[in-house]
Design a binder for this molecule. Structure first.
Ligand SMILES: Nc1ncnc2c1ncn2[C@@H]1O[C@H](COP(=O)(O)OP(=O)(O)OP(=O)(O)O)[C@@H](O)[C@H]1O
Length: 595
């Protein structure tokens, strides 16, 4: 599992430069190879057209003009015009097609990372700020956009134009060509020297960017608390600090990135000077004026792509820092995976057995549950009570296999749940967490989340059974009322009723309910209780109860403390025992009386 992380903590950096990432990036290119070949063809054609220019000038200067051959001059002008038109259309196509290919690749990659995130265990999301996950799916992928669209266009067209130019140059004068290339090795060495510095600078930058995103995300999520405690100034200061760190690392990274640029420029200028020097000395001996002028034209054709390739190399090194993070996310193993020989759990009756189950969240963390044993027969209702942090939620997290047990086994209808496919297990289980999550969309959509193919009638019928129908009908647009993400426009009780309807629609044999802790008025409590009773009928249920009044009819009650079941029985027997349950009940009763 990933190490725990916070917004003010940098994520770990990879030490080695890993070319394998580009091989993996190539995998995303594969589906588009054919389209890319067509683009390559058009780039080649455009380059041949452009490259003809200096050659035509040479022919005009060395032959047509001295011979005063107007016919040849017109022909050269005509060919020139055609090359310009061909080049124009080829370039246009190139830009459009490559941008599309680049964006398609990004979309594939974004889908891969998003789909993969869906499979990751809670522990992955527990271990890092959500803002740091978000930034990988959105911003890091976007940083590749330039590389994969513009960068890719330029690289391919520059490589082709470089090769075509070199061929022309070699044909015209191979010696001058070699002089043109004389200073290239210096450039290669320079690029190699700053490569790692640049990558590390961008790794650090990506970290700071991630921290900033995490902080923004966290402060938006916690805005109510910030405003409630009038801590805005504090939040602003913290934001300013994180933001300043981002700015200064950005400046540092850019400084290193631009270290390559003057080197390329200077070498290009020096090469032109060298060609003039060598060329002028050889005019009349081995070089014609036309050849020298053509060569100066080619030198630009030669250095422009080299400069562009240098830039591409720059963005490639920069992107490495982001690619590492993207592939790291893709490589994150779903902790809870189907065993290779996993089989689908057949339709269950709802018999649940914990055999000596112990559990810890972190490998090197403390044991949270110790030797839990119990048996619930089909249709029974089980209530888990106990002080906060005792391990109640952990028990139900294990039952729905959001985590694997550290020791012992959990059996459903006698089948070890670690042996079955997750899908078949979770499909037969309804989990309602404390804070019912509402997705943006209509109420209808939100209830339908329990069974995607449910008809509107089925949705309404389910809502009626759990007593949700009444409040929904009172909303302005009824079932078609649009809800905000998290359901901020609904009350906690209403969100719970929606969760009940959603779960009823899914019709699971085993029900898990983490009762909301929020205080609700008596009337809502009665309503929820009625809804819940309707939902529980005929299902094995596990309820984490915070209000003991709601579980008096439970078949079994377990009192959990420090990860152990310290008492078990039903309400009457536990009350008669005068133990921990009695104390809890009494404390709540006294509290309610005092209100
Ligand atoms: N994801 C996690 N990673 C590490 N430790 C955790 C995690 N979730 C819970 N714990 C720890 O496990 C212990 C049991 O937590 P659990 O949530 O099961 O308690 P609970 O009885 O449900 O509490 P509450 O009534 O407050 O919801 C606590 O000490 C808690 O700090």
């Amino acid at each position: 599992m990933a190490k725990r992380n916070t917004y003010d903590q940098d994520e770990e950096l990879e030490q080695e430069f890993n070319w394998a990432y580009y091989k993996r990036l190539g995998k995303y290119l594969k589906p588009y190879l054919r389209r890319l070949l067509v683009v390559l063809g058009s780039i080649l054609l455009a380059n041949v057209a452009v490259i003809m220019g200096p050659y035509l000038t040479k022919v005009a200067i060395d032959q047509a003009i001295p011979n005063k051959d107007m016919g040849q001059l017109w022909l050269i002008a005509g060919i020139f015009l055609v090359t310009l038109i061909v080049a124009f259309f080829c370039m246009r196509y190139r830009i459009w097609a490559i941008t599309e290919i680049g964006q398609d690749m990004l979309k594939d990659m974004r889908s891969d990372i998003f789909d993969h995130l869906q499979t990751l265990p809670f522990s992955y999301f527990d271990s890092r700020p959500h803002g740091k996950i978000l930034i990988r799916v959105v911003n890091y992928i976007n940083t590749l956009s330039d590389l994969l669209s513009n960068g890719l266009i330029n690289l391919i067209s520059d490589l082709i134009s470089l090769i075509v130019t070199l061929i022309f140059m070699f044909v015209i004068d191979w010696k001058l060509t070699l002089y043109s290339m004389a200073l290239l090795p210096i450039l290669f060495i320079w690029a190699w020297v700053i490569k790692n510095k640049q990558r590390v600078a961008y790794q650090i930058l990506s970290n700071k960017q991630s921290n900033l995103n995490a902080y923004i995300h966290e402060s938006i999520a916690g805005i109510k608390v910030t405003q409630g405690f009038a801590q805005e100034k504090n939040a602003e200061q913290r934001f300013a600090d994180v933001s300043e760190e981002y700015r200064s690392t950005w400046m540092h990274a850019v400084k290193i990135q631009f270290a390559l640029w003057p080197g390329v420029q200077n070498i290009a200028i020096m090469t032109t000077a060298l060609i003039y020097f060598v060329g002028v000395n050889r005019i009349g001996v081995a070089v014609t004026t036309g050849t020298l002028i053509a060569f100066i034209g080619y030198i630009n054709n030669f250095w422009n792509p080299v400069i562009n390739i240098g830039n591409f190399y720059n963005s490639l090194i920069t992107a490495t820092a982001y690619l590492e993070r993207i592939f790291e996310t893709l490589d994150e193993k779903p902790e809870i995976q189907d065993a290779p020989d996993a089989f689908a759990l057949p339709p269950i009756r709802g018999d649940v057995q914990f055999n000596d189950v112990s559990f810890k969240y972190d490998q090197d963390g403390p044991m949270i549950l110790h030797h839990i044993n119990f048996h619930a027969t089909p249709g029974q209702s089980v209530a888990l009570v106990g002080p906060t942090g005792a391990g109640k939620s952990t028990v139900i997290n294990l039952l729905s296999r959001f985590y694997n047990v550290t020791d012992g086994e959990i059996l459903i209808d006698g089948v070890d749940i670690s042996k079955v496919t997750l899908k078949s297990l979770r499909q037969q289980m309804g989990v309602m967490l404390q804070d019912t999550f509402i997705f943006s969309g209509t109420i209808l959509d939100n209830i339908r989340y329990g069974k995607l193919d449910a008809t509107e009638e089925e949705v309404i019928a389910a809502a009626k059974v759990v007593r949700a129908d009444d409040f929904i009908r009172h909303l302005k647009n009824g079932y078609n009322t649009e809800l905000q993400e998290r359901g901020s426009t609904l009350s906690a009780g209403q969100r719970q009723l929606i969760a009940f309807a959603r779960t009823l629609l899914a019709d699971p044999r085993i029900l898990i309910l983490d009762e909301a802790t929020a205080a609700i008025d008596t009337q809502t409590e009665i309503l929820l209780q009625q809804g819940l009773n309707a939902l529980l009928k005929g299902r094995t249920s596990f309820i984490i109860a915070h209000r003991l009044s709601t579980i008096q009819n439970a078949d079994q009650i377990f009192v959990i403390d420090h990860g152990e079941i310290v008492e078990r029985g039903n309400h009457d027997s536990l009350m008669a025992d005068h133990g921990a349950y009695f104390d809890l009940y009494d404390a709540q009763y006294q509290m309610l009386k005092a209100l």
